[in-house]
Design a protein around this ligand. Sequence first.
Ligand SMILES: [Zn+2]
Length: 269
Amino acid sequence: MASKKTKVVDGYTAIRAAQEAARHGRGDPLRPDPETSKPKSTSDPRAGSRIGRSVMPTKREVICPECDATSSIVGKVDLWVCTHCRHRMKLQDLKIPEGDWQDEVEVGGTVTILPGAKLKGGKITANDIILQGSMEGVEIRACHKLTILAGAKPDWVRLKMMDLELGPGVNITPGKPIEARHLLLHGKFSGNAVLKGMLTIHADGDFSGQLKAAGLQVEEGGGFRAQLDVKPENAPPPPKPKARAPAKPNPKLRPPPPKNQNPPRPKSK
Ligand SMILES: [Zn+2]
């Protein structure tokens, strides 16, 4: 019976072999142990390969680089105009290839900085940014999410983002407090994080250092050693709901409260 263990190389093949054997009325020399060879080995490899082929979302959130307003975009939109401040930008995606690069770009899509890309200067503003190359003087602002993948060399002084995600295998010690909304870890983070939202440590993630956040989630398997200040009150107060239909129509039009000083709207744009 010891041979059974060594045969469990591939449960799927084993099952197929057994089915073949059964169909031919033979015995079951390779009879898979139903306990060990069923669903796991047949489904896992496929599940892994499926992850890479994700479909483009039909709906996405675009955050305005000028006024921080969030809007939902459904379907294909090329030129986006902010309904709040009339700021315009293209919603395209961009890839920055290997080699030296210096430019100024602003898009509402995703900018992917490929491995080997050296960003020597300029500025990148995008809704989502995936960093695999090195920052060597460039300013980067991810209005929504910045994803740092293995091999990237981020420059924390010149980085701004709303959400930050570290990919598998990343090991980062920023050397300065990181401010963000959510922090999502597949890789390793050592340092000080100040979050308006949540820290999520996935099964392959690890956090060590100091954490101030409004929420915390650690998946089984995730590593976590930290000095903590986690409470919902660390979240910023929700924006005051804009009264769409006031309870009482107010004949005296009050000026809006000076909650945020909107920059004057450009006259012609
Ligand atoms: Zn805007």
